[in-house]
Design a protein around this ligand. Sequence first.
Ligand code: GLU
Length: 280
Amino acid sequence: MPLRGRIAPTPTGHLHVGHARTFALAADRARGAGLVLRIEDLDGPRCRPEYTAAAIDDLRWLGLDWTEGPDLGGPHTPYVQSERTAWFLDVWRRLEATGAIYPSPHSRRDVEEAATAPHERSHGQAVDAEPIFPASLRPTRQERATAPGGVAWRFRVPDGRRIEFEDGLAGRVCRTAGIDFGDFVVWRRDDLAAYELAVVADDHAMEIAEVVRGADLLTSTARQILLFEALGWQPPAFCHAPLVRDAAGQRLAKRSGGLAIRELRAAGWTPAEVLTRAIA
Ligand code: GLU
């Protein structure tokens, strides 16, 4: 059964064949149920409007049809996250009111120094994992706040809790809070909503029934399920696509030379050829 879905590019570079694959899968699974295009441009100056325009152009060229988005409008405008700060602050306030989050002045370096030897992750994938935020850096007491106020805010994870979900492609997935991930940032010290908060806030507001995205975000999904719970919201279904790798077995990054949809278009590839390359 098709479920209302979304495609959510981050405009920090040109889309590559990995995005083509994930977004085509998302469009396919949502067909007939509605598909939202949402621009996730919360990464400060690294996000550029020309990449947003190029992404929309590439997605149209690939033949993906969304039913709501920045170029179409619809009931959930704006679809550009940098214009949705008031909503994210509202969600920050709800979390603050429940005591689920706390201000955390520690830098990434503090965390790296305080973290003990890397934990054995329960799912055996420590690669690319960020250091686990040590419980010793949690505050012992906390004042109520009315605004995030120039400091990062973290979600206090329930240590030892197993978060399980049935993934549309990856099957049964399980992550353990405090072992696979620690207290994570929901609000950045530069006063932007962090990815985990923004994505949960918007997937809820935009009534997304199934989230389709790359398998690099499987652990984020466990974090997001905790946020949905803390907010009293029903989480969507999830479907994580395997990552596309280049000939050397490396995961594609935004700068992956030669595999950007733009470059393949310029070299005369057809949309079907790009999607087949993406799926191969
Ligand atoms: N904006 C993210 C990306 O481009 C995707 C996040 C998501 O689908 O939840 O990698």
